[in-house]
Design a protein around this ligand. Structure first.
Ligand SMILES: NC(=O)c1ccc[n+]([C@@H]2O[C@H](COP(=O)([O-])OP(=O)(O)OC[C@H]3O[C@@H](n4cnc5c(N)ncnc54)[C@H](O)[C@@H]3O)[C@@H](O)[C@H]2O)c1
Length: 271
């Protein structure tokens, strides 16, 4: 990550990381990179024999989790602390895409938002106490390029990922004093199961897609040194670059000066 001071020694041997959606494409690549660094990895995912076997093959632990179940998120974190003593990083990465490319299917829209946005909110709520007990740490949210630019074929996905980016940016300032950095990774299309329905179209068009490994590298870098609230675009041929938000026009006073936001509306670190 650029323009940041890397967190000392993170990820380091003995650190404990939780990855939701951890047995999918990005999760597996990320788990592999973290295991190479002797990080203890817990893959949380929908329960299946395949998912359990995947974790075992990677030398990781498995926790059954549906991220839309708020209480289950807290239960998984409690188990991680009980079994491994601490939690240093949480990768809130579970996600699904919609399939209705032309009609607005509101049931599907709500389902995508439930997993991709509320899964992140519940996950954050669950991991914060544990990260505080560890003396600080990182939350890395897998958002998407679709959270920064509209996705005409999947508005629910775009809303969920855009919401995740806004959530990360809004939460970041209030966590700084706890030594907790929350950031978002915003990949373009990448070669995992989620793009199976589109794969032939990418190939036919000669459109480049990321490897899961490229995205996983960006996720590790975000743990080590993301700027709080940062959103990192990952694109083929570009790598991971911080997205620069343009901001909005500030309010002006009657005399034309820029109005200061009332102190009560500023995060503690900015008062
Ligand atoms: N591959 C891409 O093109 C791409 C691009 C940008 C962002 N993303 C995002 O990256 C993340 C990881 O996706 P991936 O590309 O590895 O795809 P993937 O389909 O391989 O992995 C997604 C994982 O999330 C899990 N999951 C789905 N619903 C869940 C739930 N309710 N509770 C717990 N786990 C659940 C799945 O079981 C799966 O293991 C997702 O959030 C996705 O939206 C993917």
């Amino acid at each position: 990550m650029t323009e940041t001071t890397p967190a000392p020694g993170s990820p380091a041997p003995g650190d404990v990381a939780l990855i939701t959606g951890g047995t999918g494409g990005f999760g597996r690549s990320l788990a592999g990179l973290l295991r190479e660094r002797d990080v203890t990895v817990v893959l949380a995912d929908l329960d299946s024999e395949r998912a359990r076997q995947t974790a075992s093959d990677l030398g990781a632990h498995f926790a059954a989790l549906d991220v839309t179940d708020r209480a289950a998120n807290a239960a998984v974190v409690a188990r991680v602390e009980a079994e491994h003593g601490r939690l240093d990083a949480a990768f809130l990465n579970a996600g699904i895409a919609g399939q209705s490319r032309e009609t607005l299917d509101v049931d599907e829209f709500l389902r995508v938002v439930d997993v991709d946005l509320f899964g992140v909110v519940y996950g954050t709520e669950a991991v914060l106490p544990a990260l505080r007990r560890a003396g600080g740490g990182s939350i890395v949210v897998t958002a998407s390029l679709a959270g920064l630019s509209p996705m005409a074929t999947d508005p629910g996905y775009s809303v969920a990922k855009g919401g995740a980016v806004a959530f990360v940016r809004s939460m970041a300032p209030r966590l700084v004093d706890d030594g907790i950095t929350i950031s978002a990774i915003c990949p373009g299309f990448a070669d995992t199961a989620i793009i199976d329905p589109l794969r032939e179209e990418f190939e036919a068009a000669g459109f480049p897609v990321l490897s899961a490994g490229e995205v996983a590298e960006a996720m590790v870098a975000a743990w080590a040194g993301a700027e709080p609230g940062g959103a990192y675009v990952v694109q083929p041929g570009v790598g991971a670059v911080p997205y620069r938000f343009r901001g909005v026009p500030a309010a002006k006073t009657a005399s034309g000066d820029t109005a200061a936001v009332p102190e009560a509306l500023r995060p503690p670190s900015m008062r």
